[in-house]
Design a protein around this ligand. Structure first.
Ligand code: HEM
Length: 196
């Protein structure tokens, strides 16, 4: 049986994932060493990346891929909600530094590679949510709306995303382009987050 595209994609990004999960700043969360100040700083850095990444994805999707319902997958609003819960103002959020290295996203395949990272990251987000609730006593997605996908059905969203990606690659090819973009974006994200 031929290996599925999503299986191949997973194999290719796992070394970078392990780096983020074991060595990156987010690894402090499950280890429960995180302070509220550390956590807020991580959200601020994520904000500076996700904000640019979502705009770049949207510009390439540009009304295509209706079955993805991209609008419902955007999470920048949850980062804003969490930062405001932790004491930021909309004015201070608007001043946060933005990552200016995501300019390479110039095609739909590039955009799907980036989207894959953030859709997949919802799975780990649930692990981080549990740790955050235990550590800080957060409830009802207040303070962890981003990592908790604000209570959306993560398993179903991931399953439909994977189906979309398999169908896309079957119809259009471009698997290598998607994989290259996902890897490039993960490297950039890891570098960006380390500068917390
Ligand atoms: C401490 C940080 C993290 C933890 C604990 C974590 C944990 C997890 C877990 C438990 C899974 C699902 C289980 C599995 O398929 O093996 C997963 C999948 C995934 N995570 Fe993370 N993760 C973290 C950081 C990140 C980051 C920063 C990203 C990138 C934005 C990311 C992207 C992904 C992707 C793309 C998948 C899906 C892999 C696939 O099956 O194709 N993760 N993560």
């Amino acid at each position: 049986m031929t290996e599925s595209f999503m299986h191949r994609l997973r194999e290719e990004i796992m070394p970078l994932h392990d780096e983020a999960e074991k060595l990156g700043p987010l690894s402090k969360i499950p280890e429960k060493k995180v302070t509220l100040e550390d956590y807020k700083r991580m959200l601020e850095r994520l904000y500076g990346f996700v904000s640019v990444a979502e705009d770049a994805i949207e510009a390439q999707i540009n009304g295509q891929c209706a079955e993805l319902d991209y609008e419902s997958r955007k999470r920048i609003g949850y980062l804003e909600k969490d930062l405001i819960f932790l004491g930021s103002s909309t004015g201070s959020i608007a001043q946060l530094p933005l990552c200016d290295h995501i300019t390479y996203v110039q095609t739909l395949a590039d955009a799907l590679g980036v989207l894959y990272l953030f859709e997949g990251s919802r799975l780990g987000g649930l692990v981080l949510s549990k740790a955050l609730r235990e550590r800080f006593g957060f409830v009802e997605y207040r303070g962890y709306a981003y990592f908790g996908s604000n209570g959306l059905e993560v398993a179903a969203m991931w399953a439909s995303f994977k189906d979309f990606m398999e169908n896309y690659v079957e119809r259009h090819g471009e698997g290598d382009k998607i994989i290259n973009s996902a890897k490039k974006c993960f490297v950039l994200l890891n570098e960006w987050l380390v500068a917390v």
